[in-house]
Unconditional design. Structure first.
Length: 169
């Protein structure tokens, strides 16, 4: 083998090395994206579960036994949250979930942190909290995980649901 053939062989080996590195880099990037997507779907599932769990409860403590005739009977905006003796998951009404922070670390794939907020809203503008009682409460659940993205770009999944009180006579 002469010098020209050796140079062509070295060039071919370098081209093969660059191609293998690029393919490997693309596979790792795709795998990272797939894992982020799976964790995102799992986070949405956990958030939806907590919202559905809360929607099964009574609208307010005042209405757990009888119908509520006036908004003045509802829990004050500053009193939203569990009563002193109530502990999750034994809540009895929707607004008990206000301030709930739950860590879910029972899954083998990731650890998730759920944070819930419940507030009164005006139905004309459901994105703004109001500091007075209405027939409408909004729950916002934020779910995050150390496994979702890197430190500077960590994703937070935010889900919201409005729960309204309706009583027909």
């Amino acid at each position: 083998m002469n010098t020209g053939q050796s140079l062509i062989t070295i060039g071919a080996m370098m081209l093969l090395s660059v191609t293998v590195l690029r393919v490997n880099n693309n596979l790792l990037s795709t795998n990272s994206t797939l894992m982020d997507t799976k964790f995102g779907v799992l986070a949405v599932s956990l958030g939806t579960s907590i919202i559905e769990e809360a929607n099964k409860k009574a609208f307010d403590l005042a209405g757990s036994d009888d119908a509520i005739a006036s908004v003045d009977l509802l829990t004050a905006p500053g009193g939203l949250g569990p009563a002193f003796s109530e502990v999750y998951p034994d809540y009895n009404d929707f607004d008990d979930y206000n301030g709930l922070i739950d860590t879910i670390d029972t899954m083998p794939s990731a650890k998730f942190i759920l944070a819930c907020e419940v507030c009164y809203i005006d139905p004309a503008n459901p994105n703004v909290k109001v500091n007075y009682r209405t027939w409408h409460k909004k729950m916002t659940v934020k779910i995050t995980s150390p496994s979702m993205g890197n430190e500077e770009k960590r994703d937070t999944i935010k889900l919201s649901s409005v729960f309204s009180y309706w009583y027909f006579r």
